[in-house]
Design a protein around this ligand. Sequence first.
Ligand code: 2AM
Length: 570
Amino acid sequence: MTFDPEECTDWEDVCKLGEEMEGSLAVFCVATYGEGDPTDNAQELYDWLKNGDVDLSSLNYTVFALGNKTYEHYNAMGRFVDQRLEELGATRVFQRGEGDDDANIEEDFVTWSEALWPAVCQRFGVDSALDTSNVREYAITVHSDLSPERVFTGEPLRLGSFANQKPPFNSKNPFLAPIRVIRELHKGGERSCMHVELDIAGSRLNYVAGDHLALFPSNDPRLVDRVGELLGVDLDTVFSLTSTDEAATKKTPFPCPTTYRTALSYYVDITSPPRTNVLKELAEYATDPKDKEFLLKITSSSDDGKHQYREWVLEDRRTLVAVLEDLPSSQTSSGPPGGAPASTPGQILLHLLLTQDEPDVSPRHAVLIDYTTRTGRRNMGVATGWLKRHQQKVQNGEVVLAPISIRHSSLRLPYHSSKPVIMVGPGTGLAPFRGFIQDRAAAKQSGKELGETVLFFGCRHRAEDYIYEEELEGYRDNGVLSGLQVAFSRDQADKVYVQHLLRESGAAVWELLEKQGYFYICGDARHMARDVMGALLELIQDNGHMDSQAASEYVKKLQKRNRFLQDVWS
Ligand code: 2AM
């Protein structure tokens, strides 16, 4: 059985499973978030393991860790769970797998799980030839006479929570915030960066500068319609999916009953490339033997098959719609060759699609995704598309409600405004610092003493993507910003980046650090944050007359005292 850690009320009970069920195995799939943190739904597991002092000698386990190599604390959570279970006496049945989202996490998982199964079979004396891959975990019921108020329309948890808004608001109960402003920030060039203002009056949401705002977008209705059309299903069918596993804690994969249209719009990801199990099912219906053979090939576990899946599906960024369009003989819109209408191939595929992907409701950073794939299709991120679709409406004065919640961040201004702050935030990394600067401006306005406030911002061209230019220069002119350093990377022959300006101001930055200053980095983790960290270490070495080890210690100490804080992503 599978369950979401969030639904677990007693970890000790779960981890002592082996006492009642001989030959049981627990597989922990744990992701790492931000600075080596657990995801929200695994926080309790983390606390329990950290503080717990239990004997887990009856537990057989293995761990698959999900992370991203561009982060400093790669898979820290998965590694922690693995190590801690062992320390508490549990038996590791198979070595930990690690998935790297910067490369190909799906492939990492498949490779790991393919080796896991024979090892588990050997250990527990199970016949490894048993093929359980086609066991359907959910059964469908189609409803024909439900009154509309009993049907979910996109609410994440409570039926009617959109129509009848009640605090407290959080990710399971988003607040519908009226959008006051959506406007483009770039003054030129092809790229886009949007400024969005939401009204949270009356919501009792507590938002502090530095926090993240989560927007719950829905998929493009045209894409949803196209899925229905290509699969030949009526999107207004009301249905429920229920787990066939009676012991499962998760009875439905998403709120049910609902319609196909709502499920495809709100509850599942239809913009990502489809998984191999969906493609395998599709192969069953392909009427052209060439299409069938191709689909079977790219879903096989041979090296060549995996390579082709990577090329044709992942690299080409083919969504399910693109796959169906490019292999027309696999479209099921013509209906089954005499099958019962309640389970057309289209519906079977739809159910696979609906049960494979958890909706990704983790807060995303404000990076817009809009590009053309190698096959000439325009791919837009779900949130990007949502904002673009609503921009015109907001500008025309229509009321558009955005489902939102707030995720608190550890990025915080010092309690005393008199402490100096150094902020490094190129590109969209500027976002939290704009809030910081506004807070410092308000503190100054109310007569409080203001410490030095220095911003390092970076963009490509002064004339295109120097976002909030007037506002930032205004703060510099009225003294809220004691330093405003902007690196324009492409306005001259050689690249100029924030870390170059940071190094040039090394002595001044060092002086602020020594005056109890706070140092912040926000933005790209892959290159920028690492390079800025390098520049910081260098300037500490030079100005503090230290060797590299002492400089590292210095930064570690800052970190411990919450005076070195970052919020980075890739
Ligand atoms: P580039 O695109 O010209 O290389 C915001 O995205 C800014 O960050 C851009 O000006 C971008 O420059 C710059 N940038 C790219 N790589 C960087 C790095 N390693 N360190 C700092 N800034 C970087």
